[in-house]
Design a protein around this ligand. Structure first.
Ligand code: SAM
Length: 200
């Protein structure tokens, strides 16, 4: 597998299959349901980085696939990922080291502990969906419930409402009513699965 020269690092980004070799087989298997495809990350990063030094937070970053791809394509921006499962962040930081990415910060914790005002723009791949019955789970180590799903969505909605005009969010596999109406959809891609919204 590729090493850390610039040319070799680009090889990890040839396609999703190549990228997934950064992770062990059990993590690769979850990609289809849980991790953002490289092409989606690239488009979302283009939208979310508006200036040099833009700070972008992935709410529920998993093994860091969106964060790492976005940071690779946008080296002048800073990408943050918060994740509740510590073991997923170990895979994320291992992959970060192999990709030699300096513009990435992973945070272990619940997104409700974060001050959203420290970030400019956001990425959200319907992270609380796992709480619903009949939906593929990453593992069975945490509690799932409909009330967690509702409470997390409500918390996110209220945090986004408090953000300044001009705040951007890219949502993937997320319903429109999960985001406050003050955010307008300016563009959609990937059969309307990826939405770009700006607060007015
Ligand atoms: C669908 S995965 C997306 C991973 C990543 N954003 C990507 O696109 O590749 C959602 C992740 O959100 C995490 N998550 C769910 N609820 C969370 C919470 N309340 N705080 C922090 N992380 C959370 C899950 O553990 C899971 O790893």
């Amino acid at each position: 597998m590729p090493g850390t020269t610039k040319k070799n690092i680009n090889n990890w980004f040839i396609d999703d299959t190549a990228f997934h070799y950064l992770y062990p087989p059990e993590i690769q298997k979850m990609a289809e349901n849980h991790w953002t495809p490289i092409e989606v990350s690239k488009c979302a990063a283009d939208f979310l980085v508006t200036e040099k030094g833009s700070k972008v937070l992935d709410i529920g970053c998993g093994v860091g696939k969106f964060v790492l791809a976005a940071a690779h394509y946008k080296p002048n921006a800073i990408f943050y990922g918060i994740e509740q499962r510590e073991e997923l962040l170990e895979y994320a930081t291992d992959a970060q080291a192999r990709l030699d990415l300096k513009n990435v910060s992973f945070i272990h914790g619940n997104f409700t502990q974060l001050d959203f005002k420290k970030f400019d723009n956001f990425y959200f791949f319907n992270s609380f969906y796992e709480n619903l019955e009949g939906i593929a789970k990453i593992d069975h180590k945490i509690q799932y419930s409909l009330s967690l799903y509702n409470n997390y969505n409500k918390y996110l909605y209220n945090q986004l409402k408090k953000m300044p005009v001009g705040t951007r969010i890219a949502t993937y596999h997320t319903r429109e009513d999960q985001i406050p109406p003050s955010y307008y959809i300016v563009k959609t891609q990937f059969d309307k699965l990826l939405n770009f919204l700006i607060k007015v």
